[in-house]
Design a protein around this ligand. Structure first.
Ligand SMILES: *[C@@H]1O[C@H](CO)[C@@H](O)[C@H](O)[C@H]1NC(C)=O
Ligand SMILES: *[C@@H]1O[C@H](CO)[C@@H](O)[C@H](O)[C@H]1NC(C)=O
Ligand SMILES: *[C@@H]1O[C@H](CO)[C@@H](O)[C@H](O)[C@H]1NC(C)=O
Ligand SMILES: *[C@@H]1O[C@H](CO)[C@@H](O)[C@H](O)[C@H]1NC(C)=O
Length: 754
């Protein structure tokens, strides 16, 4: 860091002697115990940012800007030299009815305190707390209280705060303020309710050097954004006991604005942009499809994704993400206009209201604002926010009534110098949720957002996978194909096959993987759920009743593979996780949701969507290091099919002249066309298609005309070789008879549609 500062100074010293006129001087900029960076050397509008080691913060200033009058603003102070001061936590000596040890003037990062209650009082919260490097205490507020007979528990006093109000009965309130230079984040006023709970959430006192950790952001923002995306409904009918049901009511509109003005360093911008992309992809995994407005702003607003276009279907999620990825900061205009960003939100919202009329009341709106709040143009954004509130709350006075949670405004403070006083009033939303976050440049916001929607909880969602996490190692592959199952048959005729997890208890594979004498204990099923034991015990397996290899011997087909499909039932359900989750199969309700089809959609609608082209791009897997490889093929449909299946006549053991005898309508045909070819170990594996972040199995690998490779691997087809896959759309009665059977108590059935 130090060398880069010296280097940049050197460059600018050289430049200053050339054509560029330097405006400011480097005099008095140095910081004791720390370093600084300059965005444009000593030129006008250059931003200086101070950095200190962990547990320290720059004092008295955090940034300076070189003004055209050749002065730094704020100016370096001769009598208070710039230095790194230790991070301090808010004073814990506000504890009532107890003692704090040790009693110190200031509590610095690393200091630990212990608490003791007076006799007759009992302690809630932490009995010992440590001051952390982000300026917050570990644990939770220590409270010494005794039973007063009041309805609500003593709410205590968080460190650094003062509380007014000592009656904790229904209807009474308590009011908090922060001492000294600290500011309050959370609920200023809390009211004791009839259910013995306080409204809102406990406030905290923040200072200029208090930051939220990734984990705090993830927990707080995560829980509240999830409320916007889902309605949690614990149910008894699944083994895992908990299932997230996606709320289909109403429409969600998400408006995102990212500050790209000079005062926000590029690193912040890059991280925030990546985080936004991650979040959007993450949200896409849910069955809600929000409309997006995404813009960058400084003095001007750059609209990257327009909610109007989103609404009218002129822009897809993919192209929205692409626009976002492609956006680069050009020449930054100086100045910041937060109001212009909010006005753009307002415009979009007004359009929606006009378009939807009465239905507007069902629309929910979520704002995500990333800025340091250092606006110097366009005036205060507060009147704009007030108008937006009136619109959403449907109240000219701005009284939210019961509509508070229809507008959630989250503000993420980024930048070296965050204007908290200006930003805090821009938050809005459900009481008790946190809407304000202060982020350090180092915070990996994308990873934070990635954790927000914990896919482990979203067990109801078939085919959900992480395709944006393109790590090519085993773990990355496992998350990309969480449904892949390795099958080893160890009976008289040992065989390796692939399969797919289609529910927490069932694995779909090919019938030809089994022979008549195989017993469940001969079947080894491997699913690495990342929780230790990979091998799953098999309870039973069922082949399609019409599967009969010798059925067409007399018609010139030595081995006939129609109905080559089987279901394996596991002894115990797989513990679902991000690396073990079922794939979507045709004609279920869940697949309609994954495909974003309306509730009235039929099986035929799904098929028309998934197999609509004459050459339909599909994939299947093969065993290869690490874990599996993905093979690309085109299913030949419509007019292309006849030519494709004709090659079946070249296969060994086929003497008929009619390709439709070995290849019935139940098969899809791939090969030629530089497609990959199936190897013997690939049998039974899913032939699938991705739809956004969901995977749908369309067929399963059955047989091919040539044995080109055994045991897996990536190989291309020869001009003559073709593969045939059992089309699951033709196997629905079989799938439904087992997976959709609701006359049993053994497992949770899937819901099939007509
Ligand atoms: C508090 O932390 C500071 C800085 O690490 C340290 O110098 C001091 O000794 C600590 N005080 C106590 C009482 O632990
Ligand atoms: C779970 O099942 C019990 C007993 O059948 C029932 O009383 C309870 O309401 C169910 N809970 C939920 C959340 O469905
Ligand atoms: C969902 O819609 C139904 C009927 O359309 C309505 O009665 C209900 O209040 C809505 N629920 C929410 C959470 O908006
Ligand atoms: C299979 O088909 C052949 C020929 O039609 C028939 O003889 C045999 O009984 C069938 N096997 C089964 C198990 O149905």
């Amino acid at each position: 860091m130090k060398t880069s500062v010296i280097w940049s100074l050197l460059v600018f010293l050289l430049l200053c002697t050339g054509e560029v006129e330097c405006q400011c001087t480097a005099d008095g900029l140095e910081i004791q115990g720390g370093t600084y960076t300059l965005t444009k050397g000593l030129e006008t509008n250059s931003l200086l940012v101070y950095q200190c080691p962990d547990n320290f913060y720059p004092y008295p200033d955090t940034i300076r800007v070189c003004h055209p009058n050749k002065q730094w603003k704020p100016r370096p102070k001769k009598f208070s030299p710039q230095r790194c001061k230790p991070v301090e936590c808010p004073d814990p000596n506000v504890l009532e009815n107890g003692n704090v040890f040790p009693p110190l003037e200031r509590y610095l990062a690393g200091n630990t305190t212990t608490f003791e209650c007076y006799s007759g009082y009992t302690m809630r919260g932490s009995s010992s707390r440590t001051c952390l490097s982000n300026g917050k205490w570990s644990g939770s507020t220590t409270i010494c209280s005794r039973d007063s007979g009041d309805a609500c528990p003593d709410p205590g006093v968080p460190p650094g705060a003062s509380r007014r109000g000592n009656t904790f009965d229904v209807g009474y309130d308590v009011t908090y303020s922060c001492n000294g230079n600290l500011f309050l984040v959370g609920s200023r006023v809390r009211v004791c309710q009839e259910n013995s709970q306080w409204t809102g959430r406990e406030p905290a006192c923040y200072s200029k050097f208090t930051y939220d950790t990734s984990q705090e952001v993830s927990e707080a923002f995560g829980s509240s954004i999830k409320d916007s995306l889902t309605t949690l409904q614990p149910t008894n009918d699944t083994q895992a006991g908990r299932k997230i049901r996606i709320s289909k009511n109403g429409t969600l509109n998400i408006y995102i604005a990212l500050d790209i003005s000079e005062s926000v360093e590029e690193e912040h911008f890059k991280r925030a942009k990546l985080a936004i992309i991650t979040l959007i992809k993450k949200i896409a995994a849910f069955t809600v499809s929000p409309n997006y407005e995404i813009l960058f702003f400084s003095a001007d607003v750059y609209e990257v994704v327009s909610i109007v276009e989103f609404y009218e279907g002129k822009i897809t999620l993919e192209s929205a993400i692409k626009n976002l990825e492609d956006f680069q900061i050009g020449d930054k205009s100086t100045g910041t206009d937060v109001n212009a960003a909010l006005k753009k939100f307002e415009e979009g919202m007004a359009w929606i209201e006009q378009k939807t009329g009465d239905k507007f009341s069902e629309h929910r709106h979520v704002f995500l604002l990333f800025t340091d709040g250092a606006y110097n143009m366009g005036g205060s954004p507060l009147p704009t926010l007030a108008r937006i509130k009136n619109r959403v709350y449907m109240s000219p006075t701005g009284d939210p009534g019961s509509r508070l949670d229809y507008l959630e405004s989250y503000v993420f403070g980024i930048g070296a110098n965050i204007f908290d006083d200006d930003l805090l009033p821009l938050t809005a939303g459900t009481e008790g949720e946190l809407h304000y976050f202060r982020l350090k440049k180092e915070t990996n916001l994308a990873a934070t957002f990635d954790d927000i929607i914990d896919e482990n909880e979203v067990i109801g969602l078939c085919g959900l996978h992480r395709d944006y996490e393109l790590t090519a190692d085993k773990d990355g592959k496992r998350r990309r194909y969480p449904w892949v199952v390795f099958i080893n048959i160890q009976g008289k005729s040992p065989k390796k096959c692939l399969g797919s997890l289609v529910s927490s208890e069932f694995v779909l594979t090919a019938a030809h993987c089994f022979i008549f004498s195989d017993e469940p204990q001969d079947v080894k099923v491997e699913i690495d759920d990342g929780k230790g034991s990979k091998e799953k015990k098999v309870k039973t397996f069922k082949l399609h009743p019409q599967y009969n290899v010798t059925a067409r011997v007399k018609q010139g087909v030595a081995e006939f593979y129609d109905y080559d499909i089987a279901l394996i039932q596991l002894e115990r359900p797989v513990q679902l996780s991000i690396s073990a989750r079922p794939i979507c199969i045709p004609c279920t309700k869940e697949t309609s949701d994954a495909l974003r089809l309306p509730g009235s959609a039929t099986c035929r609608d799904q098929e028309e969507l998934l197999l609509k082209n004459q050459r339909e791009r599909l994939s299947f897997l093969t065993r290869t290091e690490p874990l599996v490889g993905e093979k690309d093929v085109y299913a030949k449909l419509g007019d292309n099919r006849d030519l494709c299946i004709k090659k079946a006549l070249k296969a060994k053991g086929i003497t008929t002249t009619d390709p439709k005898v070995p290849v019935t309508d139940n098969f899809l045909c791939t090969g030629g066309d530089r497609d990959h070819i199936a190897c013997t170990g690939d049998s039974g594996g899913a032939v699938f298609k991705n739809y956004e972040s969901r995977t749908i199995q369309i067929a399963l690998v059955s047989w091919g005309t040539q044995e080109i490779c055994t045991g897996g691997g990536m190989r291309e087809t020869t001009p003559e070789s073709r593969d045939f896959h059992i089309n699951l759309f033709k196997m629905v009665p079989f799938l439904k008879s087992i997976l959709g059977d609701d006359d049993q108590d053994d497992y949770a059935p899937l819901t099939f549609i007509n």
